[in-house]
Design a protein around this ligand. Structure first.
Ligand code: ADP
Ligand code: MG
Length: 238
């Protein structure tokens, strides 16, 4: 699956916070239609890397190319407009509103029939029968799927998910994996997922990148990574 021109490419991407190098000369590529996972111990630089991709954080040096174009200096909203969408690690939904009212926020930014779009997105994230329910009575997993719905409502080409299964039950985690696979299979979408749960990684991705101290420590198939003693060692904290 990893053939073809990359939809996203980073070249020597680096971010220093004072004396600390959070992301260190990362060369990274992901092809269109792929699902790839980014793993690594706490503090490895995963969220900073995502921040660089969305433009929330400006790199110290290095370059980001998206669909062949240099986007390193584009503002975050410009990147969203071009099709890069991030689902945040924390919940960003309005608990007192219904599922439908929440989805209306990103859906009305597109020129199509808003109500139809809301239904379409709700179906994609398994919430079609919950549209009129207030968000605060949904399960935790359903709230997370609504968040994914809000991040795909803008019809992204590259979806970034930062720990989408954090706090989920085993069943919710598995359904999230199916959901992501379905989104990528049905739409013209590519997904890059930061994740801790190795079983979940195995479910959704073939290619895995391990970050450690901001650097690419390993890249390979999930089997290569899962059986790598050096990867186990960094997770145990040396
Ligand atoms: P991860 O998501 O892999 O857990 P982060 O990208 O959040 O890692 O953090 C990488 C390193 O950068 C950590 O040492 C963290 O403390 C540091 N860091 C992250 N954001 C900032 C910031 N805004 N200012 C200073 N240091 C930061
Ligand atoms: Mg993080």
């Amino acid at each position: 699956r990893s053939e073809g021109t990359p939809i996203l490419e980073t070249d020597g991407l680096q971010k220093k916070f004072g004396g600390l190098t959070a992301v260190d000369r990362v060369d990274y590529q992901i092809s269109r239609g792929d699902i790839q996972c980014l793993i690594g111990p706490n503090g490895a630089g995963k969220s900073t890397f995502f921040g660089l991709l969305t433009g929330q954080i400006q790199p110290t040096t290095g370059e980001i190319r998206y669909k062949g174009e240099d986007i390193t200096n584009l503002m975050p909203h410009e990147r969203v407009r071009r099709g890069i969408s991030l689902k945040f690690q924390t919940l960003n939904i309005y608990e007192e509103l219904t599922v439908s009212e929440n989805l209306q926020i990103p859906c009305q930014r597109r020129d199509e029939d808003t109500q139809m779009l809301i239904k379409e997105v709700a179906e994609q994230v398994d919430l079609a029968d919950k549209l009129q329910q207030p968000v605060d009575i949904l399960s935790y997993g359903e709230q997370q799927w609504l968040e994914i719905g809000m991040s795909i409502a803008v019809a992204p080409e590259l979806l970034l998910l930062d720990e989408p299964t954090a706090g989920m039950t085993v069943e919710e985690t598995e359904r999230t994996g199916e959901l992501i696979q379905r989104l990528v299979a049905n739409g013209d979408m590519t997904a890059l997922v930061v994740e801790h749960d190795i079983e979940f990684v195995r479910q959704i991705a073939e290619q895995v990148t391990v970050l450690h101290n901001g650097e690419v420590f390993r890249q390979g198939t999930i089997e290569e990574i899962a059986n790598d003693p050096e990867v186990k060692r960094i997770y145990l904290g040396e």
